[in-house]
Design a protein around this ligand. Sequence first.
Ligand SMILES: [Zn+2]
Length: 71
Amino acid sequence: MVVKGYCMKCGKENKENGKGKEMKDAKMTKTSRGGFMAKGKCSTCGSGMCAIMSKDNAEKAVADGDAEKTY
Ligand SMILES: [Zn+2]
């Protein structure tokens, strides 16, 4: 499952442009509150981005090899 998130840079001019960007080099981390967050780079512009993930989606992305498990 490819990780997607919001890219601040791509959405700078128009918010819609920043939505649903695929994340490269995604690393899955756990937040202090027990949630999941993916951190990586925007596949369009290469700037850093992160996305809040549900547990299901986080585990799927790790199982599929689309995100590196770092928790
Ligand atoms: Zn971008």
